[in-house]
Design a protein around this ligand. Structure first.
Ligand code: F0G
Length: 435
């Protein structure tokens, strides 16, 4: 297979060597994606090879990203790839959550089981591999917390210097702690995600920083494997719906590309529909999809949500996401802070748990189900993007009735579970339990 950088804009489609350090098309300013030409191995053989690799001990074969390397063939050599054991995340059946949403069944593909606790690891191992191939020494990103945690881990493991830029006061401590512990230079900027992305794009060249935001097409390649692994786990039978939260919309772009390529290459026989869920206070993509002409995205100037991972008002990958959601006959929905908080508690009650942004999926499914868009007998997979422990502060506040929306309105602890203080006395504890 031959890999190139290809402009995503249909009217341009300019092609560039895979080793160019471009984040957008130098001709038209459009987004770039990795394009492949050539012949993929026969599908039957590929499926067997991928399955057999699970039994090997070589780190590359054990990786839930590089195991599928035939579908992300942008490197000439895998010698310097750094794997931290990414991917290999479970597909978990969740009857309690299905019932809450009004579905017969529901499964969660839980990307929070990744080494740094989010789906970013699938993409980051690829982005860092490309940085090494290009001879870069320094990598950087702006982040709502998960990209920075992941980049810090992979860059440090690869011997690169990670520099992260984060919105001051608006990322969870769990994520900030990871960036510090993994050894990133961490700059807290007094601005929001969108403003800092513009800043970082301006100074990346000057500071010799290779950008590892999801605008980087190699990150998108790695995130494709989330879908490949999901299909493998399902015996290559696509669900009716794949539901994911939308922030900067890189993951939506990745899922759509994976589905397109898998269909083209004969790995699946039909496309599932993508449903992207945004938080009400940061829902520019929802508004775009609702507008009659679906022209250009109107940024939200001051995005607000307690699901800080998706607190983004000007998502970079919207042209790709628009194409992919439309191509699958998909949907975009928005959900309130209360809906996210309650859905999150229900996912917790399944013994699964996730961070707030991930819970937007269940809240969105419930809403789409109630509106009759998703049928009760539909086969639905929701992608939980981040681990429960990313944001414990939110959880404690919810269960103790202290959670408030960014505007200061109380969030009701519908499924609250308060810790109880009990005396050091077996009889009294028995009495509390009604025995
Ligand atoms: N869920 C979680 C837990 C995230 O961290 C993000 C994005 C998303 C969903 C949305 O994904 O941007 O591809 O649409 N986090 C980025 C970050 C922005 O910096 O960690 P998206």
């Amino acid at each position: 297979m031959h890999a190139e950088l290809v402009c995503f804009e249909a009217r341009c489609r300019a092609r560039f060597p895979i080793t160019e350090v471009f984040y957008t098309c130098p001709r038209c300013g459009g987004l770039l994606e990795v394009g492949y030409t050539g012949v993929l191995r026969p599908v039957g053989t590929l499926r067997e090879v991928w399955r057999a690799r699970r039994m090997n001990d070589a780190p590359l074969d054990r990786s839930g990203v590089w195991r599928y390397r035939e579908i992300i063939p942008f490197l000439e050599s895998y010698d310097r790839v750094v794997s931290l054991g990414e991917g290999n995340t479970p597909l978990l059946s969740a009857p309690r959550a299905a019932e809450y949403a009004g579905l017969d069944r529901l499964a969660f593909k839980h990307q929070g089981y990744n080494p740094s606790g989010s789906f970013k690891d699938n993409g980051m191992t690829c982005g860092v591999a490309q940085a090494l191939r290009l001879g870069m020494k320094r990598v950087g990103c702006v982040s709502t917390g998960n990209t920075s945690a992941s980049m810090a881990a992979y860059a440090s493991a690869a011997g690169l210097q990670p520099i992260v830029f984060i919105p001051h006061g608006n990322i969870s401590y769990g994520k900030l702690a990871q960036a510090l512990e993994y050894g990133a230079r961490t700059f807290q900027v007094e601005a929001n995600f969108d403003e800092i992305l513009a800043l970082v794009r301006t100074c990346a060249d000057r500071l010799g920083i290779y950008l590892l935001n999801s605008i980087n097409p190699f990150r998108i390649e790695g995130q494709k494997t989330i879908i490949v692994e999901m299909m493998e786990q399902r015996g290559w039978k696509p669900p009716h719906w794949i539901v994911l939260p939308g922030g900067n919309l890189g993951n939506t772009a990745a899922f759509g590309k994976a589905l397109r390529e898998m269909l083209e290459w004969g790995l699946i026989e039909r496309l599932p529909r993508l449903a992207v869920i945004q938080a009400e206070g940061a829902a520019p993509f929802y508004e775009l999809m609702r507008s009659a002409e679906r022209g250009a995205l109107k940024a939200v100037g001051q995005p607000e949500t307690l699901a800080t991972a998706i607190r983004i008002g000007d998502p970079v990958s919207w042209p790709k996401a628009l194409h992919e959601v439309t191509n699958t006959g998909g949907q975009v929905e928005k959900v309130s802070e209360q809906e996210i908080a309650d859905a999150k508690a229900v996912i917790g009650q399944c013994g699964i748990g996730c961070e707030p942004a991930s819970a937007a999926t269940l809240a969105g499914i419930r809403k789409l189900r109630a509106a009759g868009v998703i049928r009760p007998d539909a086969d639905v997979v929701a992608v939980l993007t981040g681990n429960l422990l990313k944001d414990p502060d939110y959880i404690y506040r919810y269960h103790t009735g202290q959670l408030q929306t960014p505007r200061g309105e109380a969030i009701h602890s519908t499924f609250g579970n308060q810790p109880e203080v009990v005396p050091n006395d077996p009889d009294k504890i028995a009495a509390v339990l009604g025995q």
